[in-house]
Write a protein that binds this ligand. Structure first.
Ligand code: K7E
Ligand code: CUA
Length: 715
């Protein structure tokens, strides 16, 4: 540290000289600024380590769960600048998520018993892996409240799929991927019947169950495949976090549990509360599952389907040697496999130790069939002393553990003591501790749960921020603290307020592993990742009104957007019509997004370059509904507008001429052709003929000119 300062100070002095030499009246020296703002040398060093000058990029990209906001938050490390919120289980209008037909279809996949669930309690994001290393292709995240997993494609940072767990009523410990993203682990949390029936709590031990789903990921399609996924039936033990084995432990999965007491509360019935009954035993159980062998059984047709989904009963799991229990410290939370796959760290919230288990010893016990007993469901229990590698006193309320690029170095979040403890899991000793503010939950090092962590930085995800930021009312921002872990001692660099909550876990990947697109192939449905059937080309825009035999009419718009113009500019419908709008953004320039907001219909599209987005709705009331572009895309953005005219039934035009204002262009050039009765159908087609093509050309020229001025990236 001292050495660092020595190197840094002359640099700073140089800077003050440069600033002074600048000589402008408002310029001040670094010393002045330090004095005025009460900053120390240490603050300056921290600032220099995180400050990213204009145009600069971050070394890592972090994907944080947005907790009950149902979103994912993307930010850069070390700058801690927020780059994006991704709508996942929750509508997000900026991205048109939940407002266009394409993304509504994604959210609809997440319906539970036919009911729209428009929030999620996201906990654990996971980046897809190849050979145990982050590959930057996909992000998975779970919803604890409504047991679901979502798939986000990191090619465009959009949510593509939501799957609903067929058996569970809550699921906390997902999403954790196996080393080649063969499966995504998703265990249940609060035990419940695996069916949808009512079962009285008196039958808890017999009829309530936990479970662990391994969702199959179809790498070619980039989607989870419920047909090939399977679930372990587990005892009603409140399964918690999971982690997949790697290296020597490849093929196995590890899942904690708490409340293996199987206690059911009910203060209103005079029973001690859940929290008391659920923490009366000294140990709970780690569940060890052999997913590789289970997958082979599924493939061989040896696993039965229940409710259309593969379910491995406890009986079958025991018979086939797929499932074992190991006692672990009281009310454990995290379970984290070391980068080399040889050890597994577990911390009990009510125990001050991190417990390290040896996978090798676990295998030896299994091979020797050396079990200390069986649980009430007949699951074999391996004795803790037979498989323990070491046990380290890390502090009060340890939760989660992550690993460093340096061998044997681990970091554990200490909730009660509000600390991060750095420790050596080979030698079993504490190396360093740092205070955080306050009550840390998860922590995360760069690619810290992969087989090759990058070290460098640690982010502490704190449960309380209390006095860290300007007060903004009783609901406080979250506090993510950035810690430099490159040296011997941990150094706090930065507090980042996060205005969405509550983020539980975050994963960070080296930014150069991501290859996001800047535009879509033209006419692209970004949610299905296929060409949209509604793709519309310049000059081919049209509006079609079609009525069926019962007199129900549909107005379908095939439109385009390009600076600074929405085609069509006038859409006519009659009361009661169904309106379907499809807009294709013709732009190829980077960042030239057009939005489409329509008065009173809950329509807001985000149409990125190349994308085709649609909105379907019924116009229930006659009236005049302006629409416009919601992204300030050009100098004539405000003029990027139009009208949806909803006429009364049977309205007859008076035939009056349009009252033209001052006109620079030849006004008549801009009107669509007279409506044509399409051959052999009862559809009326308003095509936008030659004059529109001319105008499109003009817009293309304008856009091209604009691009050459503003966009230097190749298109
Ligand atoms: Cu500890 Cu859901 Cu991983 Cu919250 S969880 S902290
Ligand atoms: Cu397009 Cu504003």
């Amino acid at each position: 540290m001292k050495q660092l300062m020595k190197r840094f100070v002359p640099l700073l002095t140089g800077l003050s000289i440069a600033l002074t030499a600048g000589g402008s009246a408002t310029a001040s020296t670094l010393d002045d600024v330090m004095k005025k703002r009460g900053l120390t040398q240490k603050d300056l060093l921290a600032a220099a380590k995180t400050y990213t000058p204009t145009g600069g990029r971050d070394e890592f990209l972090a994907f944080a769960s947005g907790g009950q906001s149902g979103q994912v938050i993307v930010y850069g490390i070390p700058s801690m600048r927020i780059l994006k919120y991704i709508g996942v289980f929750t509508p997000e209008p900026w991205q048109g998520y939940g407002f266009d037909d394409e993304s509504k279809a994604v959210l609809a996949q997440g319906r539970i018993n036919g009911k729209d669930i428009t929030y999620g309690d996201t906990h654990h994001p996971a980046i897809s892996e190849t050979d145990g290393d982050y590959d930057g292709r996909y992000l998975f995240i779970n919803d604890k409240a409504n047991p679901r997993i979502a798939v986000i494609d990191l090619h465009d940072f959009e949510t593509k799929q939501i799957v609903v767990n067929p058996f569970f009523k809550s699921a906390h410990g997902g999403a954790f991927v196996t080393p080649n993203t063969e499966y995504v682990m998703d265990p249940a949390q609060y035990a419940a019947p695996l069916t949808d029936e009512f079962v009285p709590l008196e039958e808890f031990n017999d009829k309530y169950r936990g479970g662990l789903t391994y969702w199959k990921f179809d790498d070619k399609k980039g989607r989870l495949d419920p047909e090939q996924s399977f679930t372990f039936e587990l005892p009603p033990y409140s399964q918690d976090l999971s982690d997949a084995g790697k290296g020597p432990s490849y093929g196995w999965g590890f899942t904690n549990s708490f409340c293996s007491e199987r206690y059911v509360g009910g203060i209103e019935r005079g029973r001690p509360p859940f929290e008391a009954g659920c923490s009366s035993k000294d140990t709970d159980f780690m569940h060890v599952t052999n997913w590789k062998k289970a997958a082979e059984l599924v493939k061989a047709g040896k696993v039965k389907k229940v409710k259309g989904s593969y379910l491995i009963s406890m009986k079958q799991a025991v018979k086939e040697g797929l499932l074992y229990l190991i006692p672990e410290p009281k009310s454990p939370h995290g379970v984290d496999v070391t980068p080399d796959g040889k050890l597994i760290t577990v911390s009990g919230k009510l125990d001050s130790h991190a417990w390290v288990y040896s996978f090798d010893k676990i295998m030896k016990a299994i091979k020797a069939k050396k079990f200390e007993s069986h649980d009430p469901y007949g699951l074999p229990i391996i004795a803790m002393k037979d498989v323990l590698h070491t046990q380290v006193n890390v502090g009060l309320g340890p939760l989660h553990t992550q690993y460093d690029s340096k061998p044997c170095v681990a970091y554990t979040s200490i909730y009660v003591d509000s600390m991060v403890t750095k420790w050596d899991y080979c030698k079993g000793k504490v190396l360093d501790q740092i205070n955080i503010h306050y009550n840390i939950g998860h922590l995360m090092t760069m690619e810290g749960d992969s087989k090759s962590p990058d070290g460098k930085y640690l982010v502490s995800l704190n449960k309380l921020s209390i006095d860290r930021f300007n007060p903004v009312g009783p609901l406080h921002p979250q506090n993510h603290q950035l810690i430099d872990i490159s040296g011997e001692k941990m150094e706090l660099l930065y507090d980042m307020p996060l205005p969405l909550g509550e983020p539980h876990y975050v994963v960070a990947i080296a930014a150069d592993k991501l290859k996001p697109a800047v535009r879509y192939k033209s006419g692209w449905d970004s949610r299905t990742d296929k060409r949209s059937p509604y793709k519309t080309r310049a000059g081919r825009e049209k509006t079609v009104r079609n009525c069926d035999a019962s007199g129900k009419c549909t107005v379908e718009v095939f439109g385009t957007t390009i600076r600074s113009h929405i085609t069509p500019e006038i859409i006519e419908a009659e009361v009661g019509d169904t309106v379907k709008m499809h807009f294709t953004n013709l732009e190829r320039a980077q960042d030239e997004v057009h939005g489409f907001a329509l008065n009173g219909q809950n329509v807001q599209l985000s149409i990125e370059p190349g994308k085709t987005a649609s909105a379907t709705f019924t116009v229930e009331k006659e009236g005049v509904y302006p629409y416009y572009c919601t992204e300030f895309c050009s100098a004539l953005h405000l003029e990027m507008q139009g009208y949806l005219l909803v006429k009364p039934k049977g309205y007859k035009s008076t035939g009056a001429a349009m009252q033209a204002g001052e006109s620079l262009f030849c006004g008549s050039l801009f009107w669509a052709s007279k409506p044509k009765q399409a051959a052999n159908t009862n559809a009326t087609v308003y095509a936008y003929g030659a004059p529109t093509v001319l105008r499109s050309l003009r817009n293309h020229l304008f856009a091209a000119l604009h691009n050459s001025l503003s966009d230097s990236t190749p298109t």
